[in-house]
Design a protein around this ligand. Structure first.
Ligand SMILES: O=C1C=CC(=NNc2ccccc2C(=O)O)C=C1
Length: 124
């Protein structure tokens, strides 16, 4: 089917995986994120994700964004990036993310947002 439709299961370089449901006609999608990040001693549970992408039939190698609402900590991660098709036809999601943790007070706001990057590949 269409390359770079985000529907399906993806694994990032931390070993976390996400399953994205059908992408709607307007590019919106939902899914479930299973983190490999062990936040001891909390038992890791599935976390919901919401996002939208530009549609591959209108745009080659479309951009996207999605939000993960971590179900076991007061934090949120937003990912944004683009789907690229490499030379052997494999899709890769190059993303950057912002992780917002809950700050106990405004004075802790300065240290509450982390930034990073992640690469996702399809789980074959
Ligand atoms: O309770 C928590 C809080 C934050 C988490 N962040 N995970 C991430 C943040 C940025 C990029 C990738 C991940 C991941 O889990 O793969 C996971 C569990």
């Amino acid at each position: 089917e269409l390359e770079c439709s985000l529907t399906g299961t993806w694994v990032n370089d931390l070993g976390s995986n996400m399953t994205i449901e059908t992408v709607k006609g307007n590019g919106e999608f939902t899914g479930i994120y299973n983190t490999a990040v062990s936040v001891y001693p909390v038992k890791i549970k599935k976390s919901p994700l919401l996002g939208s992408q530009h549609l591959p039939d209108q745009l080659n190698q479309p951009t996207f964004g999605f939000t993960v609402n971590w179900s076991f900590s007061d934090s949120i991660t937003v990912f944004t990036g683009q789907c690229f098709v490499d030379n052997d036809g494999k899709e890769v999601l190059k993303t950057m993310w912002l992780l917002r943790s809950h700050a106990d007070e405004r004075g802790d706001d300065w240290k509450a947002t982390r930034v990073g990057y992640n690469k996702f590949k399809r789980l074959e």
